[in-house]
Design a protein. Structure first.
Length: 243
């Protein structure tokens, strides 16, 4: 690991993303490393990706397919728990309702670390700056601070569901504007696993024969920016101390 120093006392990590396949495009090599290190990892998906495709299939059918693909991808990496929040794909907003739903997951799972997507636009890679990604990042940050730790936020979670406040101590942000990224994780030895997880999303990447070469080139460029040796691959993040 290069750049900002992450905590070394992490037992549980939660990944919150907008759509099935987001984590496998952007962070699954890192997730594989966490699992290998004995960290319990869970996923929280804000939508089920039902707005993808060419419109020829009913949204419920698309959602079922994409849920199954995400479960298969998680199995490849050894990720156990997945929560789908069922907010509408393509219309995610950082609403109080979404903040509450993410806060509920945080208080149930009680992660030391949360990984989510940036609420800011990455102008170097506009296709990844989907409004759902940014809305999910904004809602997740609000759930991390202050909602999950505040007993007065979403009071029914404590009063009716018995979910005690919880403080997330570290936030990892994917796809932040480049000048905010401060940490790289070498994934060279886990690249094949991350690609196997990504290829589980057959409905999204099944017709892309150049996928592996493109991803390898992208992560090689990332590694080079952090001074890693030739032929290394790396994913990068913005790390934030939220303790």
């Amino acid at each position: 690991m290069i750049g900002a120093t992450p905590r070394d006392d992490v037992r549980r990590a939660l990944v919150v993303c907008a759509h099935p396949d987001d984590v496998d495009f952007g962070a699954s090599g890192t997730v594989a490393g966490w699992v290998d290190a004995g960290i319990e990892v869970a996923y929280c998906l804000v939508t089920s990706g039902e707005a993808s495709g060419d419109g020829s299939r009913p949204p419920a059918e698309v959602a079922a397919t994409r849920r199954a693909e995400q479960r298969a991808a998680a199995d490849v990496l050894g990720v156990g728990g997945i929560t789908f929040l069922d907010h509408p794909d393509g219309s995610v907003e950082p609403s109080i309702a979404l903040r509450r739903d993410i806060t509920r997951v945080i208080r149930r799972f009680r992660p030391d670390r949360v990984l989510t997507w940036s609420p800011e636009i990455n102008w170097d890679m506009v296709p990844t700056a989907h409004p759902d990604h940014r809305a999910t990042g904004a809602a997740t940050f609000a759930a991390v601070y202050p909602d999950a730790r505040n007993p007065n936020a979403h009071p029914a979670l404590l009063r009716e569901e018995g979910l005690e406040p919880w403080t997330v101590r570290e936030l990892w942000i994917a796809d932040a504007p480049r000048h905010l990224r401060n940490h790289a994780v070498e994934i060279t030895e886990r690249f094949d696993r991350r690609m196997a997880a990504l290829r589980s999303h057959v409905s999204q990447v099944g017709g892309n024969p150049g996928l592996e070469a493109g991803m390898r080139g992208h992560f090689a460029d990332t590694a080079a920016r952090y001074g890693l040796p030739r032929d290394c691959l790396a994913e990068e993040f913005q790390l934030v101390d939220t303790a």
